[in-house]
Design a protein around this ligand. Sequence first.
Ligand SMILES: O=C(O)CCC(=O)C(=O)O
Length: 305
Amino acid sequence: MPKLQHLPADAPADKIAAILDTDGALILDAVLDASAVTRVRAEIDPYIEATSNGRDRFSGFATTRTGALAARSQACRELLLHPAILAACDAFLLRSCERYQIHLTQIIRIRPGQGAQALHRDRLAWGGFLKGVEPQLNTIWAMTDFTEANGATQVVPGSPGWDEHRKAEPHEVGYAEMKAGSVLIYSGSVIYGGGQTRTETDRVGINLTYCLGWLRQEENQYLSCPPEIARTLEPKLQKLLGYAMGSYALGYFTPPLPPGEGPEVVPPQVALGHEPAPRDDMLAELEDRLRKEAQAARAAEASAK
Ligand SMILES: O=C(O)CCC(=O)C(=O)O
């Protein structure tokens, strides 16, 4: 059975990105200690307990999924902003966007009796339309130990490079076995799925994922964390949730007020009480990127002659 690579919590971001490119997944060990896990659990357990099982086969009839974690839990906000994860997002996602954003927040509790989830790639959230670009960096924070027996995530290392129609054989599927406090990091292109449980205990993981800033988010953050809550959060998290321009042109709004009573065509931070900052830097960034791409294309053309 294939094994996932394990790295220490302080592993360099470029090493994480390199393993995501080749294997599609890895485990960062012991990112949280036992007391930190206990603190997170104290905040999330009441929400987990109040959540009913899934209503379809893919979501899992013996699996609960609980969202809106940025709005509901300070401990989850800290996980969303964890420096090791954001450094990995910088290294992995900024290749294809100017800003990345939170894609979804979800506690996944796999309960006794749950069968294995169908293997899939998360990038299919956007249908088959995205080709040649890696859209996501995903995490599952282990809140219990993850073992093959209790439903540890199934992962097919190396599958990002496969033909998109190739199916994984059983001997190609590994398991994200890890201790509570460790984090599974995986791309949107790796084949994976929730595991089957053969124990009488729950497996609990917090799925926090990030995607390119020009894509639609899986969990609608403007509804799960609306402006009246988002305005109480720290600016870095506000931006990650999507209360920031995704690029020079993406994400502006106009408050729907009577004539002359509000500003026109402003960045989303204005909905949280911030001043509308000029967007010249984003325009300059876009122009600079396009200039460099054109130069690189001309150089490639010249060297091909
Ligand atoms: O909880 C897990 O281990 C993975 C769940 C998953 O793959 C999904 O819900 O798409």
